[in-house]
Design a protein around this ligand. Structure first.
Ligand SMILES: Cc1cc2nc3c(=O)[nH]c(=O)nc-3n(C[C@H](O)[C@H](O)[C@H](O)COP(=O)(O)OP(=O)(O)OC[C@H]3O[C@@H](n4cnc5c(N)ncnc54)[C@H](O)[C@@H]3O)c2cc1C
Length: 503
């Protein structure tokens, strides 16, 4: 009986990053015989963007036992220490949101509490100078623990992610998945059949007329949500009143200098522009709100702010920020853009695919698709994306910019209650409470709050237990260690050339 209910036939619809990440991870996870098929259509193609990541992707690759050097070469990748935000807090301001730590905790208090006091006394360096990532990034330095750095050195602990060519990553994972038995089916799905009794998806029909049946369907079909929305009518929570950008124009450009070890995000009058360095080119895009900026002007702004020659025609993408009401509905789990989209400001979409896959494997159902498992999955997925949403809203809302109608709207819009509480707490005395499993940790929130001019009026009372001399000594020693480490790091481009240059 038990064996009869076991999943034996999984169908993934879509072969973008989401589809091939799911295929690779499931092929790796299953030891008992399960048929995994992936349907994709070359005519429809993929969204073709999604080139900046967060450090979690390293764990995903490691779990698949992917060799880092082989991977970085194959995807023509570079390393990412964080994101440089230009003109976000106010025109002319800049800060780096770096991965990793700022200083280190001391006597049970987070480092930034000591910084707040020294800053109030006018004696502190910029916050970023106390963090390896944020001090190294603008100086173009990078190192990873994969080199022969002694394990005890802070240089062995640098937190980093990748920039990569998304198309090459999908191809890389396709080779991985196909080598482990995943069957790829080329063609377009034109119809979806639902079972009469429980509304489960029974099969999909291809343009060729072939019908493909399955126990579990994974919808990776992109914004259209072919299964989760068009067939199952799951519904979508629209968040554009909080995250008002609804379009992006993307264009690759020629590389003109050494690759920087960070993504750059420059705020514009009705949105922002990304710059993502790869080994062979630079990825660029302008994310904006069509209510405040016409497409032509958005394209002109983008093209006028490239480092080098554009290598293709700019591509327009339209989206609505928000999430699918249930990311798992009946026998369908949506991953990637089919499950929702927060705009790319903090490069979190690929991370959400990864965590959706991990959650699915944790909560792997049988053919009955337990409602309890579905509810748990959906609750966790909703919590996760909502906390990331709040972090993104912070960037737009906590700004001194009032130079356009767009920024005035963002500064004055009402925000989710949990975010409001976080800002109020931090503004008072730099306190921050991480809510259970939310993705972004204290250091991320502190860097963005301070970078966007949310400066606390006070600090934790126990900081005063350290005498002013001891405080200066402690802060100077942290700064000294960071400065020495940054000095010892090679240039990012030299690191790539030495260890993982693409052919
Ligand atoms: C402007 C922009 C910038 C982004 N930047 C980042 C970033 O820097 N970092 C990040 O993590 N994420 C980013 N993302 C998100 C990232 O691009 C996606 O999360 C990721 O590419 C996954 O996309 P996907 O696989 O869900 O969808 P897609 O790439 O759209 O793939 C959909 C797949 O479904 C197939 N398909 C669709 N309909 C059918 C059909 N009827 N029959 C057969 N096949 C079908 C298509 O052929 C394709 O293979 C960005 C997104 C946008 C819009």
């Amino acid at each position: 009986m038990i064996h009869d209910a076991r999943l034996s036939n999984i169908v993934i619809v879509g072969g973008g990053s989401a589809g091939w990440m799911a295929a690779a991870a499931l092929a790796h996870a299953f030891e008992f015989p399960v048929t995994i098929r992936l349907i994709e259509s070359e005519d429809i193609g993929t969204v073709g963007v999604g080139e900046a990541t967060v450090p979690h992707l390293r764990a995903f690759n490691e779990s698949l036992r992917i060799d880092e050097v082989d991977f970085v070469r194959a995807v023509r990748g570079t390393f990412k220490l964080g994101i440089q935000f230009v003109d976000w807090g106010s025109i002319g301001s800049r800060y780096v949101h770096g991965f990793g730590t700022i200083g280190h905790d001391f006597r049970g208090l987070p480092f930034h509490q000591y910084w707040l006091k020294l800053h109030a006394l006018g004696k502190a360096q910029e916050l970023g100078e106390y963090s390896l990532n944020t001090a190294a990034a603008p100086r173009g330095k990078f190192i990873s623990g994969a080199t022969d750095v002694p394990a005890a050195s802070p240089l062995a602990q640098v937190a980093y992610a990748y920039h990569f060519d998304a198309g090459l990553y999908a191809q890389y994972l396709r080779r991985y998945a196909e080598a482990r038995g995943v069957k790829r089916i080329e063609g377009e799905v034109v119809d979806v059949q639902l079972r009469g009794d429980d509304g489960f998806i029974e099969s999909v029909t291809m343009k060729s007329g072939a019908r493909i049946a399955g126990d579990l369907f994974i919808d990776c079909s992109g914004f259209r949500g072919l299964l989760i929305e068009q067939a199952l009518k799951t519904g979508y929570d629209d968040w554009s009143h909080w995250l008002p950008c609804d379009r992006a124009i993307a264009v690759p450009s020629e590389r003109t200098g050494p690759a920087t070890p960070y993504t750059r995000s420059t705020a514009r009058t009705a949105g922002w522009q990304w710059r993502i360095p790869l080994q062979h080119r630079v990825g660029n895009g302008h994310v904006y709100s069509s209510s405040y900026l016409p497409d032509q002007e958005a394209a002109d702004t983008l093209l006028n702010h490239l480092d080098g020659r554009a290598l293709a025609e700019p591509r327009l993408l339209k989206f609505t920020t928000g999430r699918r009401r249930r990311m798992w509905n009946r026998n369908c789990v949506a991953l990637g853009l089919a499950s929702g989209f927060l705009e790319p400001l903090e490069s979190t979409s690929i991370y959400l695919i990864q965590s959706g896959i991990a959650r699915l494997i944790q909560m792997l159902p049988d053919k009955h698709m337990s409602e309890a498992l579905q509810d748990r999955y959906n609750a966790e997925a909703a919590f996760e994306i909502e906390r990331i949403r709040d972090f993104l809203i912070l960037h737009y809302h906590a700004t001194r910019r009032r130079d356009s109608e767009f920024w005035k709207y963002c500064a004055h819009m009402s925000i989710p209650a949990e975010l409001d509480e976080k800002i109020r707490l931090f503004r008072e005395s730099g306190r921050f409470y991480r809510n259970a499993e939310e993705m972004f940790a204290l250091t991320s929130w502190v860097q963005v709050m301070v970078g966007q001019h949310v400066l606390p009026q006070g600090y934790h009372p126990l900081v005063d237990q350290l005498s002013p001399d001891k405080l200066r000594e402690f802060m100077a020693s942290v700064h000294g260690v960071i400065a020495n480490c940054v000095d010892a790091m090679p240039m990012h481009q030299a690191f790539i050339d030495r260890y993982c240059k693409a052919a």
